[in-house]
Write a protein that binds this ligand. Sequence first.
Ligand SMILES: *[C@@H]1O[C@H](CO)[C@@H](O)[C@H](O)[C@H]1NC(C)=O
Ligand SMILES: *[C@@H]1O[C@H](CO)[C@@H](O)[C@H](O)[C@H]1NC(C)=O
Ligand SMILES: *[C@@H]1O[C@H](CO)[C@@H](O)[C@H](O)[C@H]1NC(C)=O
Ligand SMILES: *[C@@H]1O[C@H](CO)[C@@H](O)[C@H](O)[C@H]1NC(C)=O
Ligand SMILES: *[C@@H]1O[C@H](CO)[C@@H](O)[C@H](O)[C@H]1NC(C)=O
Ligand SMILES: *[C@@H]1O[C@H](CO)[C@@H](O)[C@H](O)[C@H]1NC(C)=O
Ligand SMILES: *[C@@H]1O[C@H](CO)[C@@H](O)[C@H](O)[C@H]1NC(C)=O
Ligand SMILES: *[C@@H]1O[C@H](CO)[C@@H](O)[C@H](O)[C@H]1NC(C)=O
Ligand SMILES: CC(=O)N[C@H]1CO[C@H](CO)[C@@H](O)[C@@H]1O
Length: 546
Amino acid sequence: MVAFHAITSLVARAVIAWSACATAQPFPDLIDASIDDIRLGLENKIFTSVDLVTTYLARIAEVNAELKAVTEVNPDALDIAKALDAERAQGTVRGPLHGIPILIKNNIATLDKMNNTAGSLALLGARVPRDAFVAARLRTAGAVLLGKANLSQWANFRSSNSSNGWSAHGGQVRAAYARDQDPSGSSSGSGVAAALGLAAACLGTETDGSILSPSHRNNVVGIKPTVGLTSRDLVIPISEHQDTVGPIARSVRDAAYVLQAIAGPDVNDNYTAAIPSGIPVLPDYVAACDKGALRGARLGVPGNVIELFLDFDAGYQTEVDAFLSAVTLIGGAGATVVQNANFTNLTEWANSTAEGAVLRADFITNLASYLAKLTSNPNNITSLADVLAFTQKVAPKLEEFPNRDTATWDQALDPQTGFNNTDPRFFPQLLENRFLGGEGGLFGALDRYQLDAILLPTSLASGFAAIVGAPAVTVPLGFYPVGAPVVRNARGDLVDTGPNVPFGLSFLGRSFSEAKLIGFAYAFEQATGTRAKLRPYLVPKTEVRS
Ligand SMILES: *[C@@H]1O[C@H](CO)[C@@H](O)[C@H](O)[C@H]1NC(C)=O
Ligand SMILES: *[C@@H]1O[C@H](CO)[C@@H](O)[C@H](O)[C@H]1NC(C)=O
Ligand SMILES: *[C@@H]1O[C@H](CO)[C@@H](O)[C@H](O)[C@H]1NC(C)=O
Ligand SMILES: *[C@@H]1O[C@H](CO)[C@@H](O)[C@H](O)[C@H]1NC(C)=O
Ligand SMILES: *[C@@H]1O[C@H](CO)[C@@H](O)[C@H](O)[C@H]1NC(C)=O
Ligand SMILES: *[C@@H]1O[C@H](CO)[C@@H](O)[C@H](O)[C@H]1NC(C)=O
Ligand SMILES: *[C@@H]1O[C@H](CO)[C@@H](O)[C@H](O)[C@H]1NC(C)=O
Ligand SMILES: *[C@@H]1O[C@H](CO)[C@@H](O)[C@H](O)[C@H]1NC(C)=O
Ligand SMILES: CC(=O)N[C@H]1CO[C@H](CO)[C@@H](O)[C@@H]1O
């Protein structure tokens, strides 16, 4: 309780100090600037959107040779910014994102000069009939689509011997809190770009962990929306049952601005028809950013989940210790914490192979549907079998085959054991997920203990939400101390954990409970200010004032 208030007042003082001299001081560094800061800078004519785009492009150029966070920049970005500046000069401001540069993951298609490849050379030069719904929504909101963020190729759905953040189209993404840091994935470039201020914010996508995990390893905030809150139209898929598009940003409030812009029903993704019809207008995610949101909340900690992961790998202890301190702080902020809000069928979950089966089956069907929508397809890729043949036979060298194998696709296309999502073997697998994540998992615990959300270290969190399409929000929680052992990824080429590597805390909730989760995450973020305690080793120097 005492620690909590001490930290809160420190943060409050820092904010007041800054606003007091905001007019006299130069604009904050872009690694710290919030969307509100940038918006005010534009409103007060401290700079233009063209200045911002120029600055962000220079920042990308400064670090990209080393970090490979960005695959392509938008050749039209400056013209778009110029047009948005002209609109503003004539008195039209579309909203809080007017003139604000945003990077999107390289699996979200745009009808412009940029490629959309999921990192594969198979789709270079392919064209789509229209912008992905979420990209169109960003444009309508006045955002400048600055470029495409690199990713783990095929959103990490290809190989058993690859590395997070590697793609043939974009190279190897590295994170910047430690040398050769594994950026996690699959929205690797989005995480790194948000962390270093290579754009005001980014879009990522998640099937299981691909927003939450790179967000936490890059010391930023990620919102993984309920499947159906954000359209997947013209997003290169893995699974209609699990894929979702969401923001990765430096603060909860910034992420809320982006979510507000992209959420909502789309006739081209009928999962969005599940958005509760009682809400003709979506909840106000920005207004949900309330410092007092933890007061009176009921939050659960599934002790058996934590125990299972520690049994599996004692290396999680650092993150769990920080998590348990955070739980105490959250209690001190007025939340009721229910310890041992356990998941009843955790053992069955840990042994289940249903999620992999669902993803492989969906991928065959959903990828073919995406490819069928292309208006130009230079390599004539229409199926997973075509992608496999391209990777293994047409461009094996650049696709780094066989070193980076195609184990996931081989399994999906196995004539004996593979099947797509129209096969009778599919539905029992989907039902198993719905039970293990539902009554036997996340939803069961929320209901049994009448909770608003479940708390977990982000390293342990994504799977439980993934298999039932539930939302989750991660916020910075801490980082590995000096002297922590360096643990490399399975491939051996990147540092997974070690000194200065960040980690996060996740809030998981019921479907369409994003506003609540955002409130909790915001209150926690404001009380702790963890992001500001940690600096990357590599920070771009170009600023909007230079
Ligand atoms: C898209 O890929 C093509 C190669 O097929 C390349 O010529 C073009 O420059 C790429 N677009 C951008 C914006 O980099
Ligand atoms: C949703 O759309 C897909 C293809 O676009 C279609 O196969 C499916 O039947 C639709 N589902 C509903 C509930 O409308
Ligand atoms: C929850 O799990 C923890 C850790 O396995 C165990 O100690 C505790 O008894 C369990 N509580 C309930 C209510 O099942
Ligand atoms: C879930 O757990 C309960 C209690 O251990 C058990 O009786 C039940 O069989 C499990 N259900 C499934 C589908 O595994
Ligand atoms: C898998 O199931 C077996 C048998 O029910 C159980 O002993 C084991 O603990 C389970 N594995 C995990 C990781 O929970
Ligand atoms: C899915 O499997 C069925 C039955 O094997 C087959 O007829 C259909 O063409 C497959 N669809 C795709 C997209 O592979
Ligand atoms: C793709 O198909 C078109 C039309 O059948 C053909 O002209 C072209 O050569 C094919 N391209 C490749 C790379 O196979
Ligand atoms: C997996 O990648 C590593 C690192 O490049 C390499 O040493 C190893 O040979 C690869 N495994 C296979 C089976 O190709
Ligand atoms: C914007 C940019 O720097 N893109 C580069 C990303 O990395 C790939 C692969 O090395 C290059 O081809 C791009 O030019």
